[in-house]
Ligand binder design. Structure first.
Ligand code: DUC
Ligand code: ZN
Length: 455
């Protein structure tokens, strides 16, 4: 045995019990009482929880955007992830104009092989769905991808997918054992508002929110759900931020449709008030953060199971890049950070009694593993699973500051937020990669996770 974690309370999506965990060659090989082995490194987890590492199923690392790219690359993004208890990421790679999906995927995999500090996989974002791409989706599924994404927005940039093409992609994905994710916002209403606001000199980041209010997302979610139910295809709504969109998803799920909703920590913690004050540009993301009614609905959706996954949509930009849009909100690069904050935030809410620790493990780890085809290798603590483990101290208080984060970004929207309880150790396949605020991992350690098609 290489490692024994002793006396901790193991938490999975279903159970909470005291036991020791024995690890060999990166896998959990024993769970029991009083484990002992002379060669093993012993870690005492008395009074601490031992959780499966989180899976962040929505990241945008090193994402190209016009002439810049998101501020965390695969090294810094996965380093930050590990320090927040996340042990696997699924990154949305974006097909560049004219590029074949497999070329996009292979290039990104090569980068990760050199840079990633934790395990990784990809979802493939299609920006140009044509017959050749529809054909190539098969190779991507064989490669280990079981989710594709299309945008309803970015019509002016030529990346939007019209409804007919979207339905073709949905049907094709289903045929191949994959799921289609839809970035659901209505581009025509956004464009209409934006033209009007700019003409009137309404350029403050508040108008980013005003141009993409609740109805902009709701209509698009309803449309995506309508097509998925009409053609009976699996659907994923990433970064869901609005109440009425969730109502529609819940209704369809109650009727038995395979529709999954994901929300993000920033929609659960902040409200649209953030767009009114100084620093508003730092919260600009799409969909924007909505009002308190949506926030309550998202929390209730998590509790009743209609929001299946919490992930970050981590896509940070440096302050000077965000500030470039202070005189014109349309020039603010869209995206916020969260890769190091998701698990601590959700676990802190559990520690304060808002939801159970099991529920946090379910939405942050076991559901992403299950729905994205890598369970039980990931997402649980069980014999044979990867030893992606987090030791969590429920007594530790932690206040987020840019200087105690481990990403490349020079600011954080989580600045000043206090967490009750905090991860103190992260193991990636049995290797200690984070210990009490210090990153101990190495780039190139992360492995590609080949995911299974939907069952
Ligand atoms: N939304 C953002 O704000 N940034 C990255 C991609 C996305 O969907
Ligand atoms: Zn999106």
């Amino acid at each position: 045995m290489d490692l024994i974690i002793k006396n901790g309370t193991i938490v999975t999506a279903k159970d909470m019990y005291q036991a020791d965990i024995g690890v060999k060659n990166g896998k959990v090989i024993l769970i029991g009482k009083d484990l002992d082995h002379s060669d093993a490194t012993m870690v005492d987890a008395t009074d601490q929880l031992v959780l499966p590492g989180a899976i962040d199923a929505n990241t945008h690392l090193g994402m190209p955007l016009d002439n810049i790219q998101s501020a965390d690359d695969y090294e810094s993004g996965t380093r930050a992830a590990a320090c927040g208890g996340t042990t696997t990421i699924f990154d949305y790679v974006i097909q560049q104009p004219g590029e074949k999906i497999m070329d996009t995927l292979r290039k990104r995999k090569q980068l990760c092989e050199k840079e990633a500090c934790i395990d990784y996989s990809f979802h493939a974002t299609l920006t140009d769905v044509n017959p050749e791409i529809l054909k190539d989706m098969e190779e991507a599924v064989q490669f280990g991808i079981n989710q594709f994404k299309v945008f309803m927005i970015y019509s002016k940039e030529g990346m939007a997918t019209d409804d007919g093409t979207l339905v073709k992609a949905m049907i094709r994905a289903k045929e191949l054992g994959a799921r289609l994710a839809v970035h659901a916002e209505n581009p025509y209403i956004i464009n209409m508002h934006t033209e009007e606001f700019l003409a009137e000199g309404k350029v403050h980041p508040w108008y980013h929110y005003q141009s993409r209010q609740e109805y902009v997302e709701t209509e698009a979610v309803k449309r995506a759900v309508y097509w998925a139910t009409s053609f009976n295809t699996p659907l994923y709504i990433p970064h869901l931020a609005c109440k009425e969109g969730l109502d529609e998803i819940s209704r369809a799920r109650n009727e038995g449709y395979d529709i999954l909703a994901e929300t993000c920590p920033h929609y659960l913690y902040f409200t649209n008030e953030v767009y009114k004050y100084d620093g508003a540009q730092n919260y600009v993301c799409s969909p924007p953060i909505k009002g308190p009614e949506s926030q309550d609905a998202l929390w209730n959706g998590i509790k009743r199971g209609d929001v299946s996954i919490v992930s970050t949509d981590h896509c940070p930009f440096q302050s000077h890049e965000k500030n470039a849009g202070l005189d014109d909100y349309t020039k603010i690069p869209n995206g916020v950070m969260g890769i190091e904050n998701m698990y601590p935030y959700m676990l802190s809410e559990a520690n304060k009694g808002r939801l159970s620790f099991n529920k946090v493990v379910e939405v942050c780890s076991s559901n992403p593993a299950q729905f994205f085809g890598c369970s039980p290798q990931k997402g649980t603590i069980a014999i044979g699973s990867d030893a992606d483990l987090v030791v969590y101290d429920p007594e530790k208080t932690f206040v987020v500051r840019p200087e105690n984060m481990h990403s490349n970004v020079d600011h954080t929207i989580w600045d000043g937020v206090e967490f009750s309880g905090y991860p103190v150790k992260t193991f990636s396949r049995g290797k200690l990669v984070y210990d009490r605020e210090t990153f101990l991992g190495e780039k190139g350690w992360g492995q590609f996770i080949k995911r299974q098609p939907l069952g």
